[in-house]
Design a protein around this ligand. Sequence first.
Ligand code: PA5
Length: 448
Amino acid sequence: MDKVIRLDVSKTLGFISQENINSNAALAKQCNEALHNGSGKGNDFLGWLKLPSSITDAEFKDIEATAKTLRDKCEVVVVVGIGGSYLGARAVIDALNSSFDWLERDRKNPVIVYAGNNIGEDYIAELIAYLGDKSFGIINISKSGTTTEPALAFRILKRELENQVGKQEAKSRIVAITDAARGALHTLAKKEGYKMFVIPDNVGGRYSVLTPVGLLPIAVAGFNIRQLVAGAVYMEEQTAPNVAFDKNISEIYAVTRNELYKKGKKIEILANFSPKLHFIAEWWKQLYGESEGKEHKGIFNAAVDFTTDLHSMGQWIQEGERSIFETVLSVVEPNNKVVVPADEEDLDGLNFLIDKRVDYVNKMAELGTQLAHVDGGVPNIKVEIPQLTEYYLGQLIYFFEKACGISGYILGVNPFDQPGVEAYKKNMFALLNKPGFEKEHEAIKKRL
Ligand code: PA5
């Protein structure tokens, strides 16, 4: 396979200079080396760096065998998890699946649905109604094993499953992915005898897609996890510190976005021209937002789906406050081919496009948008994905993860913690009068 993810930062020049970028080469290299020699902040969470190249055949086989059990038994598999415990899997599955997968009748693969990523009562009620007449299973994912959203959803869904098929059969359709030793989910899974996978201690949630957290749901959905990991292995090699800066796309991306940030471009918008990439952007937002948004600094991460959002946020991007830059995910070759048919009457005036591919029109929209936005004062970074396959998505995942670690170090923060996430939890537990939060409960009541 010779095709690779490509990065093009040439359309940022004019806002920053090549000199700006090049003068940070040594710093980027230093930050990349700090990741590899473990001398930087958060160095107890660097397990993700070598995940692709260190996964063993036995680990693949264990995941594949568990996936087969769920695939054989279930029409629907519910992935319960929040943040890093579901976004990576959903990003890959949505990018590879048919957009209408869940409506297909003669299915080869189970439908994958998600729960525990919100506390919407209607959502869970509607999910239960949907599952009512289906054979289903559950993959329950929580590294800490104590996160409220997935714990609540799992308690409800477990009861539904047990009512539907009995306790014994339910056990064979539930898989837990959690910490090796700690947490409520670990205790529960051990007691019930669920099949378990471990999230390594040194891999944080948002960097865990290449562990069973991402790989099991992706395998259940029918995709080739070995190809996904092979793509990540390739990118692990291509972004290593010994690869020269001008060839090291993670280092270049990290430097470019930090230079733009210094020039007042405080918001990075990840744009795609394929709706199948919507959840790649959700995964990316968590990866970068949670890694860098701390100590009152960090780029704000936003995302848009084009051309859809050109008819809404496009106005703001073209003419709003000039505090943004855009990173565009561009898929070179779609997996399907649709051409514009001839129409004798030509009432819609589209005959000038006869026999042209829909993707040709999309690509012209992409190019036109890039030129317009750059003219409007929005620097543009382009990430080219040869095709939506497991292999290239594996490359993309590792490229972004590596760049995020380097970028966080350039910014001077710890890219591997998320202390700010605790604030809402503390208040919620105080409001709910959770045991252990009695004092906080009294204090917060006075503020209401
Ligand atoms: O990146 C992270 O660590 C977090 O976003 C977690 O993924 C998220 O909070 C879910 O945590 P857990 O897997 O412990 O339930």
